[in-house]
Design a protein around this ligand. Structure first.
Ligand SMILES: [Zn+2]
Length: 284
């Protein structure tokens, strides 16, 4: 891995884990840290996306890497608020969404780096959400924000998050915390009954289900990062992430992550849908 920057190895490994198994992330949110670091890391992720090397990205050698490092790659598009405005302009966001449907110029993917989401109002974020919900296969979006709190929940559910800096405690209720811990234990045992028991409190309780699935998805992401030699971001669930990363294969972790991620989306898209614990248990 060749990176000419100052990011800690653990941050880079977490970023690498998004590309594990030849996957291509379609939407990433980088939050925390300084603005300079966030944008630098976003541009690095953009380079990784356009690089055509099959074994390691960015290779630093291909034409895409060269153009990206000189900031002249036509498929890496930076979207910022205008200098003379306090916030993003709605018309600019609208234009970006329309243009995102056009195919890339040179790379296999067209990457939009949207910096500092705390400067985008809810109306514009909702415009962005439209394309995040059904992005063309050849687009990717990298967002940066001071904090994830500045990003609307529906957008948050579409991105994988890379936080600069550790999170001591998750933003969730005691009850959710309890289910997440039990669930993390249950997925490493071969007994279906353990999983059913751990997820039982979720039956008929949509609010708790959403809370648990969102944090559990992050905990799974942490175990994937640990498996790849990266760092877990949730200090509170470190033991859970560590045990899952030691006891489960990378494939199993990625499958569970994708399954939980899909469940979160289906819960959001169907307001009346109640997730049954048997559905959850089927994929974990
Ligand atoms: Zn390359």
């Amino acid at each position: 891995m060749i990176y000419e920057n100052k990011f800690p190895e653990s941050t880079l490994k977490t970023l690498d884990s998004f590309f594990a198994d030849g996957r291509t992330p379609h939407a990433i949110l980088i939050d925390g840290g300084s603005e300079k670091d966030r944008i630098e890391l976003a541009l690095l992720a953009a380079r990784m996306l356009v690089c055509e090397n099959k074994d390691r990205v960015p290779c630093g050698e291909c034409e895409h890497c060269r153009k990206a490092s000189e900031n002249i790659h036509p498929d890496i598009i930076r979207i910022t608020k205008p200098d003379d405005k306090k916030l993003f302009v709605k018309a600019d966001v609208k234009k970006m969404v329309a243009e995102a449907y056009l195919t890339p110029n040179e790379a296999n993917v067209k990457v939009y780096v949207i910096s500092e989401m705390q400067l985008m109002n809810e109306e514009s974020q909702n415009l962005l959400l439209k394309i995040l919900e059904e992005p063309p296969s050849y687009t990717a979006f990298i967002l940066t924000s001071v904090t994830s709190n500045a990003v609307i929940g529906t957008v948050l559910s579409r991105v994988i998050r890379l936080r600069l800096g550790e999170i001591v405690q998750a933003e969730c209720s005691e009850k959710a915390r309890d289910v997440i811990k039990k669930l993390s234990q249950a997925v490493i045992t071969p007994y279906e009954y353990d999983r059913i028991e751990a997820t039982a409190p979720l039956d008929g309780n949509k609010a708790l289900t959403v809370e648990v699935l969102n944090v559990f998805c992050d905990v799974l992401r942490d175990s994937i990062a640990l498996k790849n030699g990266g760092k877990a971001l949730y200090k509170e669930f470190f033991e859970e992430s560590r045990i899952m990363s030691e006891r489960l294969s990378l494939k199993k972790l990625l499958d569970m992550y994708n399954y939980v991620d899909e469940l979160i989306k289906s819960l959001e898209n169907n307001p009346n849908y109640t997730l049954l614990c048997t559905v959850l248990c089927a994929g974990i």
